[in-house]
Design a protein around this ligand. Structure first.
Ligand code: ZN
Length: 417
């Protein structure tokens, strides 16, 4: 007959997951105040809009602690961003962002952890610091997306180190996720190919949910060239680029179908300079989302087919790039997610599974063949807004979840093959 109360019952289940699991949880609970102070410090480092000094401080704050764990840092230069894309918000200072990797190889599965240190927030705006709200909530730029998550990952590795449990890890930090990861795509793709499991620390979905399926995303530009003419004197000679663009946009408007996992959005658009001149140039930018590779191909083909021959009048030129491949649920991802759910339950946290249309670098990692779960970061909300918030009690919770997951991966208790 079992007379144990609930608490000790949960404790025993935790020990069954890994002999060190109770100590992992206790160690992190002891560090709760310290982690909250770390987060306040990091949130106060402005890393939006390519702000170089803030990015430098944030990068150093993380890299120095990873080096203390025995990691070796290197920097992978970024690729140029295609010049037909809309400029990134804020523009940055012209420096091409690089990707930083800190690696500490050991035996066992090679785990790639990490995330982005950039945020969407204006470094010169009013929203600059972590400020307490009701209960365990606090508001601040990047608090949830994703400085809180990076802290979760770092705290998990520090805990395993403190308990002498060596895990083979590489930690990546990129600086252009919020503007599409165009500079870091190749770096992430090659890192993914040299690892066995991917863990990215984007914030939890609504209700604390873990994403097991993400749509992919792509960008396109439609540009039309016509013949300018004065509207009153020689209208018949003119060929309107705006009309040509409008015909393309009507065709594009037929492509989205939510049931088939296809989303297409157009905007901004530009065309013409004055009402009394037939416009000879117009351009529209757009964004597509798709649920799988076949849908991505279908959309890409139709958008690219709007291009005319180079000597047509009017002429249509099309650029298209699927920069975030779709991330469908795979058996390995499902096993990782189910494992995370079981660990969460044993530490008293709910972890529902969900699908989302939102994209992140997990899309890039998994496209390279790396089984990845990508939003093990903090619970929070109102991302990309001036009231972004973090649930501070999720720092310890998610760090414990991550550390126990890593411990189980290391001990071979979780088979992803
Ligand atoms: Zn993010």
């Amino acid at each position: 007959v079992n007379h144990m109360n609930h608490a000790s019952g949960a404790h025993e289940r935790l020990e069954n997951l890994h002999p060190l699991a109770p100590r992992i949880l206790a160690h992190l609970r002891d560090r709760d105040d310290e982690l909250r102070r770390d987060l306040a410090e990091w949130v106060a480092m402005p890393t939006g809009h390519g702000h170089a000094p803030g990015l430098e401080r944030q990068r150093e704050a993380i890299v120095s602690r990873l080096e203390r764990l025995g990691g070796t840092a290197r920097s992978i230069p970024g690729d140029p961003r295609p010049d037909w894309l809309l400029p990134a918000a804020g523009g940055g200072d012209g420096v091409v962002p690089s990707t930083t990797v800190v690696a500490r190889p050991a035996s066992g599965p090679r785990v790639l952890l990490g995330g982005h240190i950039d945020t969407v927030h204006d470094p010169d705006g009013a929203f600059r610091e972590l400020a307490p709200l009701e209960g365990h909530h606090a508001t601040g730029p990047g608090a949830a997306d994703m400085k809180g998550g990076l802290l979760v990952a770092l705290a998990a590795l520090e805990t395993l180190d403190a308990l002498d449990l060596p895990v083979s890890w590489s930690f990546f930090l990129n600086e252009d996720e919020e503007t599409g990861s165009f500079h870091s795509f190749a770096a992430l793709d090659s890192l993914a190919r040299a690892h066995d499991v991917g863990l990215v620390f984007e914030p939890a979905l609504a209700g604390g949910a873990l994403a097991v399926e993400r749509m992919g995303a792509g960008q396109f530009r439609l540009e039309t060239f016509g013949q300018a003419a004065h509207v009153g004197r020689e209208f018949a000679r003119g060929r309107s680029a705006v009309t040509a663009l409008a015909r393309c946009l009507v065709a594009v408007a037929d492509l989205p179908d939510a049931d088939k996992g296809r989303i297409v959005n157009v905007g901004p658009i530009e065309g013409g300079k004055a009402t009394n001149i037939v416009p000879d140039h117009a351009v529209a930018w757009g964004n597509v989302r798709f649920r799988d590779a076949a849908t991505a191909t279908w959309l890409g083909e139709r958008i690219l087919s709007l291009a005319t021959s180079p000597d047509a009048m009017p002429r249509v030129e099309v650029e298209y790039l699927a920069n975030r491949p779709a991330k469908p649920e795979t058996p390995a991802v499902r096993r990782l997610a189910d494992e995370a759910v079981a660990i969460a339950a044993s530490i008293g946290a709910a972890l529902p599974l969900a699908a989302t249309g939102g994209v992140c670098d997990g899309n890039i990692l998994q496209n390279a063949g790396l089984p990845t779960i990508d939003n093990l970061g903090v619970r929070g909300g109102n991302l990309h807004r001036a009231d972004e918030f973090v649930e501070l009690d999720s720092l310890v919770e998610r760090a414990a979840l991550t550390a126990i997951l890593l411990a189980r991966l290391q001990s071979g208790r979780l088979d992803l093959a």
